[in-house]
Design a protein around this ligand. Structure first.
Ligand SMILES: Nc1ncnc2c1ncn2[C@@H]1O[C@H](COP(=O)(O)OP(=O)(O)O)[C@@H](O)[C@H]1O
Ligand SMILES: [Mg+2]
Length: 348
């Protein structure tokens, strides 16, 4: 649905050129909720704004629904943009207009007859649950309600793509959940392709199917969310995941393991990170390893959670037993689809 090829974005700031995007290739399949995550300044807004050419990239191609946007005339581009809705962190509503008036605006600009606007706006307000607030002004509604207005406005021209730039970053966790739930509902009901920009892994975990991690203007990792969560490769990805699923072992845990290892120099065991995603068959798997290989798997740290209904776990285990038996146990776990890595661990 969306294809970005070799996108470079260079700004000419007061202190000289800023390379915000350094060659980004991205493919967003039709009908997906696609997340892009990165820290502040990574280039997320620059990236999302190229998808509707709010920012014209310095070089590279933007193809949306089979059309290269850079090759379109002014009128064609305006028409193409109507198929791309956008929502923002600070909602960008017009304070002087009512809820109804804000949602009606893009329809007025598109030249939709008044008689049709009313029915269309009423349906949109119903969809986002704001029918009762249609005559209020933005100053009279909550942040979550403002974002619902933003969503209704973005959907007014029946776009095929919705871009969301930190749309929940100004909202509390509960409101964030309800807005993300609404986006997911819209994605399913209308088959809308959604590109969701965020700095919060929690947001990615809740709604995205695929995720791309951006850092310093480059995509450093991407894949299915469940794969990236269970097997993060890049240090930035790990540190972003760490915020909701601790990857770093507390010093007290490390200290106990060091003590054990020092007391058992012949068979100190190995500190391993196990990650898995699946249908809940994981606990028998661990006890099976204990029985078959005579290896103790002492879970020292970790978390079992769910991503969109699929269980996944990330556990640090201290495997204790004879070296060859541990090696066999690791092979067995890998054979069963568990991702196993030696936990970074400084011996004292
Ligand atoms: N209009 C601009 N002029 C100059 N520099 C900019 C402009 N917009 C963004 N930048 C710079 O480009 C980099 C990426 O910014 P941005 O895309 O906003 O990142 P993010 O949304 O991930 O925080 C930052 O270093 C930022 O300061
Ligand atoms: Mg931004």
């Amino acid at each position: 649905m969306i294809r970005l090829e070799g996108i470079v974005q260079t700004y000419h700031g007061a202190q000289g050129p800023v390379q915000a995007l350094r060659g980004v290739d991205l493919h967003v399949p039709r009908g997906q909720v696609f997340g892009v995550i990165g820290r502040s300044g990574a280039g997320k807004s620059s990236l999302v704004r190229t998808i509707n050419l709010l920012n014209r990239p310095t070089s590279g191609r933007v193809v949306v629904d089979g059309r290269e946007l850079g090759a379109l005339s002014g009128a064609e581009l305006r028409a193409a943009r109507r198929e791309i809705g956008m929502i923002f962190q600070h909602f960008n509503l017009l304070d002087s207009r009512t809820v109804f008036g804000n949602v009606a605006l893009p329809l007025e600009l598109a030249g939709v007859p008044r008689s049709q606007i009313r029915a269309r706006v009423d349906a949109l307000l119903d969809l986002v649950g704001l029918s009762a607030l249609r005559d209020r002004h933005p100053a009279q509604i909550s942040g979550g309600q403002k974002q619902r207005v933003g969503i209704a406005r973005a959907l007014a021209n029946q776009p095929k793509v919705l871009l969301s730039d930190e749309a929940t970053s100004a909202l509390d966790p509960e409101t964030t959940r309800s807005i993300l739930g609404l986006l997911r509902q819209i994605n399913r009901e209308f088959g809308l392709t959604i590109v969701l920009i965020t700095h919060q892994m929690q947001v990615i975990k809740q709604v995205a199917e695929q995720v791309a991690v951006i850092e310093a203007g480059r995509i450093v990792e991407q894949g299915a969310v469940i794969d990236v969560f269970t097997r993060p490769e890049h240090a930035t990805t790990r540190s972003l995941i760490d915020e909701i699923l601790p990857q770093t072992l507390p010093e007290g845990v490390l200290e106990r393991i060091r003590t054990f290892m020092a007391a058992h120099p012949a068979d100190p065991g190995r500190l391993l990170r196990l990650a898995y995603a699946g249908d809940g068959g994981d606990q028998p798997l661990l006890s099976d390893v204990v029985r078959r290989f005579g290896v103790d798997l002492n879970i020292v740290h970790g978390q079992v959670d769910e991503i969109q209904g699929r269980p996944f776990g990330s556990l640090a285990v201290h495997a204790r037993g004879a070296g060859p038996a541990i090696a066999d146990a690791v092979d067995h776990l890998r054979g069963a689809g568990v991702w196993v890595r030696e936990e970074a661990f400084a011996h004292a």
